[in-house]
Design a protein around this ligand. Structure first.
Ligand SMILES: Cc1cc2nc3c(=O)[nH]c(=O)nc-3n(C[C@H](O)[C@H](O)[C@H](O)COP(=O)(O)OP(=O)(O)OC[C@H]3O[C@@H](n4cnc5c(N)ncnc54)[C@H](O)[C@@H]3O)c2cc1C
Length: 534
């Protein structure tokens, strides 16, 4: 098997991975491995923008407060303060790299700031309604231009290679990766490894996430016996386009920020009955549950988001991407309400990390959506996640630079240096069927509104599936579908186990049997892998 050595190995090419690479490039050689094409990330799909205190009427305290309220008692205040207070510095870096956030048309010295649910002030920096793509493009340009960074596409990271120091301390020595274009396994050894693998929306049947979001980083860390936290808190975005041909297209929260109204299948507004003050701008969990109740009550298939009160020219200028995309599906958003449904959107939990993005293994980091940092608590405040990726890429770079002199060239070789690769013997239909089963189980029984009966049902089904996967596809396969199937199975099991253990309703986790919040659950849910090996 080919073996390569680098200083810093980064898994993933979204905002977290690319930013971290740019921060480390002057200290050593960086390799970024990414499993599809470089821009196939959740980052590229982000529309609304990135939160940062900028307005004259705004303050750090207000942003902190809004984040804590959305997080519903489970945020780590120290982390919230760190992220909010360092936002202006991180945004200044993005500007200096060349991201051109939209300016206020009335005063071009200032930025145009969007408003989103849960924010008490306008503080969302954006580039039209394609902010993520604009950021991703600039970061990729910079990474590609750097002689000290190698970005390898179609490289799937299948496993972490672990070692131990003489004093019994666990370290990561590198990764086992599959070059999917050439069908070749490779080993990358490194002094530091950072998981920047994004979210896990693909565990659900309906999701706004890209195909890459299969929770790989969480599964990799869990297999390495790292702690995983708050997996029960999966945020469902209230408004994804409902159209047979649209694959999970998001209708940004920023439309509601500009006054769009939600209408039930009978064409009547309903948010005032669920949150009389904030209405459409209530946090996402409240809006999502309201839609879920309205759909169940009326038997309708979708609700509608109506922004037709705004002048047509303004809509086209402010939301060009959403306008064009909806028009492609025959919906003119300047004259017609948009059919929408909720979909799995953002995983608030992930690999347990400290304020430097460090996991339970000294030289293994997790940054971005795959990490649990304590920022989001039980529910993420809109537009805080791109910011989290930026801030923790910076934080991780600080710790890596601090540890580098001590670890450089001193990480022992991995315990297993030649993992065995198996051949697929069965027809691929077994794989795709199990994929569908997991996603359907999760959607039907571990969705927006849960009950213990539903969760236990899901758990039984998942455990059976995991046994079967373990018996049939236990080892390593040079096949993305098989490897990702194992990862979504691990992540689904962690979500269900966490959900069962939290006997209360808080943030995005709503349990019919326990509809109230409970004082004894004011702490994150922390789990390890359940003893199985897949
Ligand atoms: C439709 C949509 C709209 C959003 N809008 C906003 C918004 O307006 N504001 C906001 O703050 N947040 C928004 N979010 C959330 C935000 O985009 C994500 O949380 C953030 O971009 C995650 O960045 P990341 O770098 O952690 O992961 P990603 O950008 O998803 O990148 C993950 C990378 O890891 C790679 N990868 C994964 N597994 C492996 C593996 N095993 N081997 C190799 N590579 C691997 C992937 O291929 C990908 O390159 C939105 C999300 C979606 C889906």
């Amino acid at each position: 098997m080919k073996v390569e050595k680098t200083d810093f190995l980064i898994v993933g090419s979204g905002i977290a991975g690319l930013s971290l690479a740019l921060k480390l490039k002057d200290f050593g050689e960086v390799v970024i491995l990414t499993k599809k094409r470089k821009f196939e990330t959740a980052t590229s799909l982000a529309q609304g923008g990135i939160a940062c205190v900028m307005g004259e009427d705004d303050s750090f305290d207000l942003h902190i407060q809004d984040t804590l309220i959305a997080g519903d008692g489970l945020c780590d205040r120290k982390i919230v303060e760190l992220v909010v207070r360092s936002a202006p510095e991180r945004i200044a870096e993005l500007l200096s790299l060349g991201v051109n956030f939209d300016r206020d048309p009335d005063d071009p010295r200032k930025f145009h700031l969007g408003l989103e649910g849960g924010h008490s002030r306008r503080r969302i920096l954006h580039v039209g309604d394609y902010t993520g793509r604009a950021i991703e493009n600039v970061l990729i340009e910079r990474v590609v231009a750097s002689s000290n960074i190698r970005l390898l596409e179609h490289h799937f990271v299948a496993d972490l290679l672990l070692s131990e120091t003489g004093e019994g301390r666990r370290l990561v020595s590198g990764v086992l990766a599959f070059d999917l274009l050439h069908g070749e396994p490779k080993i990358y050894l490194a002094d530091f490894v950072a998981l920047c693998t994004g979210g896990a929306g693909k565990v659900y049947l309906y999701t706004s996430n890209p195909d890459t979001a299969t929770g790989d980083g969480i599964a990799l860390a869990a297999r390495a016996n790292c702690r995983i936290a708050n997996m029960e808190f999966f945020q469902f975005h209230p408004t994804c386009l409902y159209h047979p041909k649209a694959k999970n297209f998001l209708i940004s929260e920023a439309l509601r920020g500009e006054g769009a109204i939600l209408l039930n299948p009978e064409g009547k507004p309903f948010m005032h009955r669920y949150d009389p003050v904030r209405k459409e701008l209530a946090p996402r969990d409240i809006v999502t549950r309201a839609i879920d109740f309205e759909l169940k009550k009326t038997g309708g298939e979708c609700v509608y988001l109506d922004i037709t009160h705004l002048p047509s020219d303004y809509i086209k200028k402010r939301f060009p991407y959403i306008y064009e995309t909806c028009l492609k599906y025959g919906i003119d958003i300047t004259t017609q309400p948009i059919p929408v449904v909720p979909a799995a959107h953002y995983l608030c939990g992930g690999v347990y990390t400290n304020e430097y993005g460090q996991t339970d293994i000294l030289n293994l980091f997790a940054v971005g959506e795959c990490a649990y940092t304590g920022l989001h608590g039980a529910n993420r405040l809109a537009s805080n996640s791109l910011l989290e990726g930026l801030v923790f890429a910076h934080q991780a770079s600080l710790k890596i630079k601090e540890l580098y002199p001590q670890l450089k060239g001193r990480v022992p070789p991995p315990r297993i240096n030649e993992p065995k690769i198996e051949d697929i013997k069965d027809e691929k239909i077994f794989i795709s069927h199990n994929w569908d089963l997991i996603r359907k189980i999760m959607w039907d029984f571990v969705g927006i509104v849960r009950s213990i009966k539903m969760l236990e049902f899901a758990q039984k089904r998942l455990n059976l599936l995991i046994e079967e996967i373990s018996a049939n596809w236990g080892g390593f396969y040079l096949d993305l579908d098989v490897m990702e199937l194992k990862n979504i199975a691990i992540v689904a099991e962690l979500i269900v186990r966490s959900a069962i253990s939290r006997k209360e309703s808080r943030g995005t986790h709503y349990l019919l049997d326990y509809p109230e919040k409970r004082e004894d659950f004011l702490k994150p849910t922390i789990l390890l892998l359940n003893g199985f090996s897949i």
